[in-house]
Every structure is written in C-alpha cells, then in structure tokens.
Write a protein that binds this ligand. Structure first.
Ligand SMILES: *Cc1c(COP(=O)(O)O)cnc(C)c1O
Length: 355
C-alpha cells in the first residue's frame, strides 16, 4: 500500500491525558487513518493524517440507510514497555465479513492491518502503560456516496481512530446484575446480528436503558423467534459453567462471533474442560441456577475481557449465581488472557504480535 503520511508538528500535538483517569472513548489521539473507495477505482488514497472531522455530503447514504460497520480491538503496553496487538488479523477478517453482509466492499485484511500497525506506531506515546489500560482501536467503514435511493452505495470511507482507555476493573471484578428481556430482541436469524453493524447498537439501546432504569447493568438477549434461547449479554458473548461443561450459544447467524469468545473456547478446551457450543434455553439456565448446577456465568468481549454475571432477573424473579461472587474459571480466564495480552505469560497460540 502506498500510504501517504502527514504528521502534525510537535508543537500542535495534544498533551496526554492523565493515565489514572481514562474513561472509555473520551480521548482521541493526534492522527487517524483514512482510505476512500469508489466503484470502478477500488480502494485508493490511503493516508495517515492529523485527526480531523470528515466532510460528508448531507445525502451520504450511510447517514440515511445505515451502511456502517466497525471493529474494536486494543494495543497493550507490557511491563517491558513494548506494544502488543492481540489477534488483530481476526478483527480485519471480521470487518470483511460484516462488509460482505452489508453489501460493502472488501479490503485486504493484511493491508489494513499494516496500516493499523503504522498508525499505532506513530501514536506510540498514546498507549498508556499501567496494567489494564490500553489504546482502543476503532476501524470503521461508512457509505459516503451522495444518493437518496436504497441500494448499495458506490463510494465508501474506511477510517481508523484511536482512544486511550483505562482499566475496565480498576478495583477488581464487579459481578453484574443482568435483566433477561423477553420484550426486546437484538437480532433475528437471517438479520444482521452476526455483523458488527452500527444499526445493531442503536437497536439495542432501548432495552439497556430500560434495564438500567430498573437497576440492572445490562440485558441478556433471547432469540427473536421463541424468546427461549440465550444469545448474548449486552454487547458481549455469554458463557455458562455447569458442573461438567462450559456452554456458550452456538453461532447461529444472530450472534456476533467474538474474538474473546473464540479465545475462551480454545483455552478452556486446552485446560481439559468440556466446552459445548450449542443452543441453550433460558429455562435450562435458570433450572440449573436453582438446583445449584450453574457454577458460573460470564460475558466475554474485548472491552472487559471477562465480565462475571452475579445474578439473572427473569419474569419477576432473581437468580443469584455463585453467591454473586466471581468464580474461579472467570478469574483464571481473565488472568490468562490479560497475561498473554500484556506479554506476562507465554503465548503458545501465537495470538500476540509485538509492534
Ligand atoms: C464486539 C461484540 C462482541 C465481542 O467481540 P470481541 O471480538 O470478543 O470483542 C460480542 N457481541 C457483540 C454484539 C459485539 O458487538
């Protein structure tokens, strides 16, 4: 890729935010990556340039019909000072799968990853160094063609922005209270639930706002057709640890295929656990919870890595899990994955690359 690079003079660069106060998504770095697409030309004009607003035609079709997708990953600074990416190629491939589903153009995963590496290297000073902190990386693509008809756009913008973020658990795990919704659904089979499409998150806001009003942290989503099968928790994949197996819903088309989900499955299998990807009903989960057979429940995703679920609330009843405490498996997975990400533990799977 012929990457054009325009750097801000040192005097114009922002001062770094306080490392101990980095709320998610507030700060942005000095530079960004952009690249344009036009039917007949393909991707062109890849560039790293000072962070700035976009000029978009008010008729840009992405603003009206939602051809917009994104990714989320992180760069981590280890105690050795070096910067690491975790399975970043998987995010590039998933961006392409999302693009395919939304009738948006493909981009070579390795080419995009190379641009991402260059951007992170340029913004190296923005990667905070306290354990648990990181530089959040947000690649995204939006349709820019000015056209008010409903069809796939012929012009797109692909961009990457960066945001330093604090530790998700500065004071240790905090198991969350979850509201099981049988009113709203996140995604239906045949829909776009398995794509990281912007509209999915707009569609989920009402349910999580209602759950928050009732004193819960997030919602657990059931399937759209029967409201019986467990799908995800908030914007995370979900796992249940029973006496003899670790279960996560199978990727059925309406579930986002998380990189963390895949990493947890891999680790747990290598630790000798029986891991099942299968349909699982809310009735099975709650019966086991009542019987004492549900040992742990946790969400998985890049932001939190592991998010222990303390209790589930369904149809007027609360079901505590593991005395609302973090279980040993959740703790072990969190320690192992973050250990690999920060270069403190061996990386037998080749998940990490040092920049
Ligand atoms: C991004 C996302 C996840 C988690 O994916 P990771 O690759 O593990 O970060 C899970 N569910 C939804 C709906 C998501 O958007």
């Amino acid at each position: 890729m012929d990457l054009e690079i325009e750097l801000l003079p040192d005097s114009k660069r922002k001062s770094l935010p306080q490392a101990d106060n980095l709320p998610f998504g507030i700060y942005r770095t000095d530079h960004m990556f952009c690249m344009d697409y036009k039917e007949g030309i393909g991707w062109h004009n890849p560039r790293i340039k000072p962070y700035d607003s976009f000029r978009l035609d008010p008729a840009a079709s992405g603003l009206h019909y939602g051809q917009a997708i994104f990714e989320g990953l992180k760069a981590y600074r280890g105690s050795d000072g070096r910067i690491r990416l975790f399975r970043a190629i998987e995010n590039m491939k998933r961006l392409n799968r999302s693009a395919w589903r939304m009738c948006m153009p493909q981009v070579k995963p390795e080419t995009l990853l190379e641009a991402l590496r260059q951007l992170v290297r340029i913004e190296e000073r923005w990667v905070p160094d306290k354990k648990g902190t990181s530089l959040y990386i947000r690649p995204f693509m939006i349709a820019t063609e000015p056209f008010l008809g409903v069809r796939p756009a012929k012009e797109y913008l692909l961009s990457i922005i960066l945001s330093p973020v604090g530790a998700y658990y500065p004071e240790g795990f905090n198991p969350v209270k979850i509201y099981v919704t049988d009113k709203y659904v996140r995604a239906a089979k045949g829909g776009v639930g398995e794509a990281k499409a912007a509209g999915n998150y707009a569609a989920s806001l009402m349910a999580s706002e209602e759950a928050k009003e009732k004193g819960f942290t997030q919602v657990l989503w059931l399937d759209a057709a029967e409201h019986r099968y467990v799908e995800e928790v908030g914007t995370m994949n979900i796992f249940f640890k029973f006496e003899h197996e670790l279960v996560t819903p199978a990727l059925s088309g309406s579930i986002l295929p998380g990189v963390t989900r895949d990493s947890v499955i891999r680790l747990a299998r290598d630790w000798g656990l029986q891991v099942e990807e299968r349909p699982i009903t809310i009735d099975e989960v709650l019966e086991e919870a009542q019987r004492g057979g549900l040992k742990e429940c946790f969400g998985t995703g890049t932001a939190a890595v592991i998010s222990p679920v303390g209790s589930l609330y369904y149809k007027g009843k609360t079901y505590p899990i593991n005395g609302e405490k973090t279980g040993p498996l959740a703790q072990r997975l969190f320690d192992e994955i973050t250990g690999i990400q920060y270069g403190e533990r061996p990386d037998p799977y080749g998940w990490v690359e040092v920049l």
